[in-house]
Design a binder for this molecule. Sequence first.
Ligand SMILES: Cc1cc2nc3c(=O)[nH]c(=O)nc-3n(C[C@H](O)[C@H](O)[C@H](O)COP(=O)(O)O)c2cc1C
Ligand code: SF4
Ligand code: SF4
Length: 263
Amino acid sequence: MKYNTTNIIAFSATGTTKKIACQIASNIPSAHNVYHDLLKNDDTMLHFNNDEIVIFGVPVYAGRVPEIAAKRLSEIKGDGTPAIIVCVYGNRDYDDALIELYDIVSANGFVVLSAGAFIGCHSIFNMIATERPHANDMALAAKMGKNTFMKLAEENFSLDNISGIELKIKGNRPYRQPGNVPLKPKTNRSCSRCGLCAMECPVGAIPKQNPKETDKNLCISCAHCIDICTKKARYYGGLIYWIGSRKFIKNYSEPRIPYIVYR
Ligand SMILES: Cc1cc2nc3c(=O)[nH]c(=O)nc-3n(C[C@H](O)[C@H](O)[C@H](O)COP(=O)(O)O)c2cc1C
Ligand code: SF4
Ligand code: SF4
């Protein structure tokens, strides 16, 4: 059995969520793979049928789905469409992010077949989980895609039969309070004012006229501007960052292992 399209829908500011979600997709036979970038504020309403598979990927921010990603995800509708959900976290914890993602997509017409929490390099404290996802993580992600597809292909398996039955996922309802990270990127003298970061910031926090600035009220600390700047002009630094780094090294250096649940 081949599905028409495997859609990968991800909010991935520094690329680890995209990497894992695409790896899951790599083992699912379908005619096309299409990537939908949730960093972009695209107003088109996405709607999927049940001859497609959708893989949803989000990073974990303060134990939750990033607020802006949740808002963009809530506009995406399925019609009994099979889905795989994945969250990627920086080796601290994913808390309630995976169950929140499950609730968002289930409420919108998707039938979640499998859910996973993977580990990626911490996008703020990048001395934590620096090498993640590593080869074992990638092998597990590929296996998750394969196992989920094999389940779908089973002779007696019917999406209709399971659509009302909850998949048990680690996490709490109500979810933990969303938290703001007080750290915001700084800009150094290497900035050539090319404007790329201003164009790509997912929340428009960098003024086009002066890309050395950051609107601290809008910025969600996602690190996308740091990741894409070819001049290495944006960075996290300063005393609070240094203190945070020490705390993270002390408390969250022990490597965690991915968590996956299936139907
Ligand atoms: C604002 C913010 C909050 C974060 N909160 C958490 C967290 O609660 N737990 C955790 O383990 N990692 C946390 N991280 C790390 C990211 O979840 C992790 O680096 C993820 O791999 C980033 O995905 P991306 O590369 O797709 O952007 C946070 C990162 C950011 C930017
Ligand atoms: S992408 Fe880098 S060089 Fe270009 S404007 Fe932003 S900080 Fe400056
Ligand atoms: S300014 Fe803030 S929100 Fe915008 S890309 Fe940089 S870290 Fe992300």
